[in-house]
Design a protein around this ligand. Sequence first.
Ligand code: G1P
Length: 295
Amino acid sequence: MPSHTKRIRKAVFPVAGLGTRFLPATKAVPKEMLTVVDRPVIQHVVDEARAAGIEHFVFVTGRNKGVIEDHFDMQFELERTLLDRKKTKELEALMADLPKAGQASFTRQQAPLGLGHAVWCARDIVGDEPFALLLPDMLHHGATPCLKDMIEAYEARGGNLIAVAPVPEDQTHQYGIVGVTDTDAKVAGITEMVEKPPAGTAPSNLHITGRYILQPEIFDLLAQQEKGAGGEIQLTDSMIRLMSEQKQPFHAVRFDGTIYDCGSKLGFLAANVAYALDRPDLAPALRAEITRLMS
Ligand code: G1P
């Protein structure tokens, strides 16, 4: 690691979104708590961060999201009951999922002003160090955790990194899109970025998948960021300024696995099938059930 490269210790999870695409399921239950197999979506994303060496988990929540904080806390009655019933394996698994005392922070985004504003809400907790950002809707399913690949690339290069993957051309207007120096390389320099480009204007088919490593200077830019696409304070717009005005390096790290957008019904259903097929206790019976349904 270059000596000037500070280790990535903290990860930010913006979990304030209303989940309107999932009503009525998300009326009382945060969308991040919907389960993919038997783990809440947010737990899968925290697992990815922990596997990449993250030590502090920063959640930007909002009203009606209190259950996320409960999920990452002890639950004494449950733990006592499991102990009394000698269910040690279940108890150990529960404890392994928990951040250690003092390793999780929660702050609220008071109004839904956009992703850039949500990230800015974490500024005091992150402080003056580079950090990871993981958008919980996007489950990255692959051989190695996406953030782990990114941290390796960061340790070699420093600067800012964004995970990218190709999307069909007719979907580029739904995402942040980057232009790169080499579209086939695992890690390539980013030459341009645009948030939700109108159809036919995207600089490439590589979309921002929701995993970032960012330098703390992003916070000052977010503080004065004007509204962009969709009338929201966009993270991408501040990243563009960090790259063009402050000349900070940005690299794209290509993710080779499959991404499931769990904010959409289809993505969520597909994620449940894909993650269940990874599970030896479920896969054979699920395969048989799918075959029966399709016949
Ligand atoms: C956000 C980002 C966008 C990125 C996307 C991935 O958009 O602004 O650049 O491609 O997440 O899901 P949103 O989904 O909040 O509209």
